[in-house]
Design a binder for this molecule. Structure first.
Ligand code: HEC
Length: 119
């Protein structure tokens, strides 16, 4: 009984921690770009290894699949947010496939895409 309650509250805490982390991550990104350098580098590494088959993921990349939006275009969409990007990767619209990456990688790559934003 006690044990079950404990497990349940663990689940709730885990959920809260995730929500908190996502919130902290975006707050940190706005305030301390230097502290996020590592995160952005990791995001870029993920992008270069898993996304660059289809997307142009950086200004240095010269070839990608036609008709796939570049990360620059994705970043520059009006009202674009990290959360929106995460959602579009987690639940992709055809013909974008489901990409097998961890939640952590997903957040890093979304942060990296947002860092390209020109406004
Ligand atoms: C097999 C090719 C392919 C791979 C690999 C791929 N994508 Fe995509 N992606 C697409 C296509 C095609 C679309 C356009 C779908 C559409 O019409 O919205 C897209 C759309 C997106 C969008 C939504 C763009 C918008 O207009 O809102 C995001 C964000 C995105 N991709 C991120 C990623 C990330 C991050 C990765 C790597 C982790 C990745 N994609 C890997 C093909 C791919």
């Amino acid at each position: 009984m006690i044990f079950r309650g404990f497990r349940q509250s663990l689940g709730v805490s885990a959920l809260l921690a995730v929500v908190l982390l996502v919130g902290l991550a975006s707050a940190a990104q706005a305030k301390e770009p230097a502290a996020n350098k590592q995160r952005l580098e990791q995001g870029r590494a993920v992008a270069e290894s898993v996304c660059s088959n289809c997307h142009l993921v950086s200004s240095e990349q010269t070839k990608a699949v036609a008709d796939v939006p570049s990360f620059q275009e994705i970043a520059d969409q009006p009202d674009q947010t990290e959360g929106n990007i995460i959602a579009r990767i987690a639940i992709p619209k055809h013909p974008m496939p489901v990409i097998p990456i961890t939640k952590h990688e997903l957040e890093d790559v979304a942060a990296y895409i947002m860092s390209l934003r020109n406004e």
